[in-house]
Design a binder for this molecule. Structure first.
Ligand SMILES: *[C@@H]1O[C@H](CO)[C@@H](O)[C@H](O)[C@H]1NC(C)=O
Ligand SMILES: *[C@@H]1O[C@H](CO)[C@@H](O)[C@H](O)[C@H]1NC(C)=O
Length: 578
């Protein structure tokens, strides 16, 4: 099935995109390797076939020509190349016996004997000696010999891969990445070993770069669509509710009309007012005023400020505020539970699932009738691949709040994924029927259509998936994510690049902070061989990344594209394009 799946959209887990960004930031499904090529399923069939093959030196299977020592007079009649071959064969024997010093001597002899114009043979001898050095963990020597081999034979996969491994040992990630990228291209992405090394190095590079960049980046407010979508996932939440009547100065003022002025000098109430006006940049400072003046809404202000710190991607600043709210025993239990959910999600984003689970469990303990707790814990369980527990939590949420369309849709998706990955066609059908039921009962829930569309795409029911995305767009015309998904569908369904790119451009037009759109476009440009454009897109996404983890992932994509441009320059190698 992955065959027809291009870039797996980041919401492959069925969680909304913003949720993923805040929870984990990184795609669950997409390995970085996918940026090299869409069609990885072909690789699967042949996976492992070549594994381990590289251990033995070149030509070790061939019968040994001269089984005699170099002193044997018979050898005198042999050509220099034959004598070199003979030395190599002897070396191979030593190699197999684990006598690497002896093997190295023989290979050195072979190199000395070999006529310079016999490039193929000579490169083999160097490569074999590198293999012996590798056994002795002499990485510098490995690199030197492999470089000789590659110079003689630029498309020598074994030598390139061996050099890549040695470069990795010496922590030279950049050059390692170039070599392994060349290997991947030469092997047409059919060898799992090299794909794994590429993936590993890309991830390490991405992590390092993101760590550096994330520290120094400017805080970035997400788009209003994103913020609204984020708050709409909390219903049992005081701070995201509109102002209560008594809190407004002018109670008669029409809600739709001009923003009403806020009573008194409460920073918190002002912040809430700004929320309604979507004037998000001022919220943190107003909350700070409330907190510093010890106002009556200090707890609320702390929670709201923490929420915005999370939204702008500053967990360091959010954590102490959340801690304070959680430890306020006299504060409303709803506030504390909400703070626990948010801290739990933050921990998940920081890859600390135990702390995360702890917070969610504590939230359920102190506020056991809070539907949000179960809804969000269910999402956590999905990320932890604990589908049954996730379904239990969604059920609890639905019991408490029967009108929770989102929980119903996500439960369906969890059941669908389980059936799909478990290869259970009757359960898949049941889950699909469940989706029909959800969209019938909650025709206004865009998420229901979106998740159904993902399942339909899996099932290759492209036409119907497309219809579902159209419904989403009808309901939420300013949700950029949907256009990206619809764009990806066009690629997969009709291989229609133009239309796919057009839809993704539309997404950027709607929300120029939609990092998912830039990322997807970058990935498509890689597939098309437009590496410079791809790098440009990835850099845009990097600047918009909502967490360090997400940024690391994007850096990996960017580095992968960059390595491909370097390889193209160096070896004239290009991966297959669309
Ligand atoms: C947009 O739609 C997707 C589903 O396609 C949903 O997950 C998300 O919450 C919506 N909102 C935003 C701001 O992405
Ligand atoms: C995050 O907040 C901390 C503490 O308030 C601050 O020192 C830091 O500069 C902020 N980082 C970013 C990236 O905004």
């Amino acid at each position: 099935m992955a065959a027809s799946k291009p870039v797996e959209p980041q919401s492959g887990s069925g969680l909304p995109r913003w949720q993923l960004a805040l929870l984990v930031g990184t795609p669950i499904v997409l390995g970085v390797g996918a940026v090299y090529l869409w069609n990885r399923s072909r690789a699967k069939e042949k996976q492992g076939k070549r594994n381990g093959e590289r251990k033995t030196p070149e030509g070790s299977a061939s019968p040994v020509q001269g089984q005699h020592g170099a002193t044997n007079p018979e050898l005198e009649n042999l050509s220099p190349l034959d004598r070199a071959q003979s030395a190599k064969n002897k070396g191979n024997k030593y190699f197999k016996a684990g006598k690497y010093d002896h093997a190295i001597k023989c290979y050195t002899e072979a190199i000395g004997l070999c006529p310079k114009e016999k490039k193929g043979d000579l490169s083999t001898f160097y490569q074999n000696r590198a293999a012996a050095y590798e056994q002795q963990m002499k990485w510098t020597e490995v690199i030197q010999d492999c470089s000789q081999a590659v110079e003689l034979n630029p498309r020598y996969v074994k030598a390139l891969f061996r050099r890549a491994k040695a470069l990795e040992k010496l922590d030279n990630k950049k050059e390692c990445l170039e070599d392994v990228t060349a290997v991947c291209i030469l092997e047409v992405f059919q060898n799992q070993q090299s794909m794994l090394l590429a993936d590993k190095v890309l991830k390490q590079l991405g992590k390092e770069k993101a760590k550096e960049k994330y520290k120094n980046r400017e805080p970035l407010m997400p788009s209003p669509q994103f913020i609204k979508s984020y708050f709409s996932s909390f219903t049992d939440d005081i701070i995201s509710q509109p102002l209560q009547k008594g809190e407004k100065k002018d109670e008669d003022k029409d809600k739709e009309g001009e923003a009403s002025e806020v009573k008194g000098s409460s920073g918190y109430l002002k912040a809430k007012q700004y929320m309604e006006e979507e004037n998000y940049d001022k919220i943190i400072s107003e909350c700070t005023k409330e907190i510093e003046s010890g106002g009556r809404y200090s707890a609320e202000a702390l929670l709201l400020r923490a929420t915005f710190y999370l939204l702008i991607g500053n967990a360091t600043a959010a954590q102490p505020d959340l801690d304070r709210v959680i430890n306020m025993n006299d504060a409303s239990v709803k506030l504390r539970a909400n703070a626990l959910i948010k801290r739990g999600s933050m921990y998940m984003q920081q890859q600390q699932p135990q702390l995360s689970t702890q917070d969610f469990n504590m939230a359920a303990e102190i506020d056991h009738r809070n539907a949000d707790v179960y809804h969000h814990r269910g999402q956590l369980k999905i990320l932890l691949d604990q589908v049954e527990e996730a379904v239990g939590d969604f059920d609890e949420c639905i019991k408490l709040r029967p009108d929770s369309a989102l929980a119903q849709a996500q439960k369906c998706f969890a059941l669908y994924r389980q059936a799909y990955t478990g290869n259970n066609p009757s359960q898949v059908q049941k889950a699909m029927d469940g989706f029909e039921d959800v969209i019938r009962r909650f025709p206004k829930c865009a998420e229901g259509y979106a998740l159904y569309a993902q399942a339909l795409t899996d099932q290759q029911q492209f036409g119907k998936a497309d219809e579902m995305y159209d419904k989403c767009i009808e309901l939420e015309p300013d949700n950029a994510t949907t256009y990206v998904h619809k764009g990806l569908l066009q690629l997969q369904w009709k291989q229609d690049l133009e239309m796919g790119l057009e839809l993704i451009s539309k997404a950027i037009e709607i929300d120029n902070k939609c990092d998912f759109a830039y990322e997807t476009m970058g990935t498509i440009e890689v597939q098309r061989g437009n590496l410079d454009k791809a790098i440009d897109m990835f850099n845009k996404a990097i600047n918009l990344a909502k967490s360090e983890m997400e940024m690391a992932h994007l850096y990996s994509l960017c580095d992968a594209a960059y390595a491909q441009t370097e390889v193209a320059k160096k070896y004239g190698l290009k991966p297959p394009t669309l």
